[in-house]
Design a protein around this ligand. Structure first.
Ligand SMILES: [Ca+2]
Ligand SMILES: [Ca+2]
Ligand SMILES: [Ca+2]
Ligand SMILES: [Ca+2]
Length: 305
């Protein structure tokens, strides 16, 4: 195991959602944050995980099929980047092999392409689970240090304890159909369980069985976007929030459908501004499909300046 012998962190494996570049992490089930930092841009897709196996979960942003990883919960630039999957893929984060390091899985429909290293390359394991429209949660439901998938349908959770194709190992019910659901190891017993969030109130449960909340507390603002992880490497997961800017810009217009033909080049634009606008429109969904940014600095067609 990498790191200092700390227990593997168990972050929520889904994207954080929302917008904003300011993050408030809370190490207790209390009303006040312990840590605040800025990372990435306000429209980035953001994930939290333990990328270096030191026991604490930190941020990663996704732009196209590139992932920019930060290993500390402080303001600053990415420590490294990698590419995985295709631009527009939704990824899940977890420790699929129990080595204490969180890595990526690309989900396409009900097929999961599991990768066990934070390196560019092809999947290590491919499985099928659930239906294409299902909501999927990631956690270590049985305490064997390996994160696996649970499918949510309304208030029923279909738990699978291995990275294999097949039916659920068991099911349980929690919360209401419209609840926002979070995953974490709230009590430090090595198993992940659920919380639901209603406004600023969090209802934690410490077992994957049907029943009522064990812990209830309030944190943050109603328009925050909540996520979970172990911020201080004490092997207990707690809540963090992503706070929208005071004047949130409208969500950027995104292209839909298949990528456009990539036979565009810098000679097709008369100004740098036109080339940059074309690049900025397609890049988040499809990457640099036309090769306008040969030096990867996010500035297209420098020659037109
Ligand atoms: Ca791992
Ligand atoms: Ca497990
Ligand atoms: Ca637990
Ligand atoms: Ca913690």
């Amino acid at each position: 195991m990498a790191g200092l012998g700390a227990l593997p962190a168990a972050a929520q494996g889904d994207p954080v959602g929302g917008n904003g570049s300011t993050y408030y992490l809370n190490d207790e089930f209390s009303g006040s944050a312990n840590t605040m930092f800025e990372y990435g841009s306000i429209t980035d897709q953001v994930y939290f995980g333990d990328w270096d196996g030191d026991g604490s979960d930190t941020a990663m942003v996704q732009r196209g099929n590139q992932f920019f990883v930060r290993n500390s919960n402080s303001s600053g630039a990415a420590d490294y980047s990698l590419s995985y999957g295709d631009p527009g893929d939704v990824v899940l984060v977890g420790d699929w092999d129990g080595d204490g390091v969180d890595t990526l899985t690309v989900r396409r429909g009900f097929t999961f392409y599991v990768k066990n290293s934070m390196e560019s390359g092809v999947a290590d394991t491919v499985i099928n689970y659930g239906n294409p429209g299902d909501t999927v949660l990631v956690g270590d439901w049985n305490g064997d240090a390996i994160d696996t998938f649970t499918v949510r349908r309304d208030t029923t959770f279909y738990v699978k304890d291995s990275i294999t194709s097949g039916v659920a190992d068991y099911t349980f019910m929690y919360g209401n159909p419209g609840d926002s659901v979070l995953v974490g190891d709230w009590d430090g017993n090595l198993t992940d369980t659920l919380a639901v969030r209603r406004g600023i109130t969090y209802f934690l449960r410490n077992s994957t069985t049907s029943g009522v909340a064990d812990v209830e507390f309030g944190y943050g603002n109603p328009d925050d976007f909540a996520f979970t992880g172990d911020w201080n490497a004490d092997s207990r997961d707690t809540i963090g929030v992503r706070r929208p800017p005071v004047y949130a810009p409208p969500a950027p217009t995104r292209p839909t459908g298949p990528a456009p033909a990539a036979d565009v080049d810098c000679g097709d634009f008369s100004t740098h501004a036109q080339a940059q606008a074309w690049f900025a429109y397609y890049y988040p969904q499809y990457g640099d499909i036309a090769g306008l940014d040969a030096d990867d600095d996010m500035t297209a067609c420098e020659g037109l300046r």
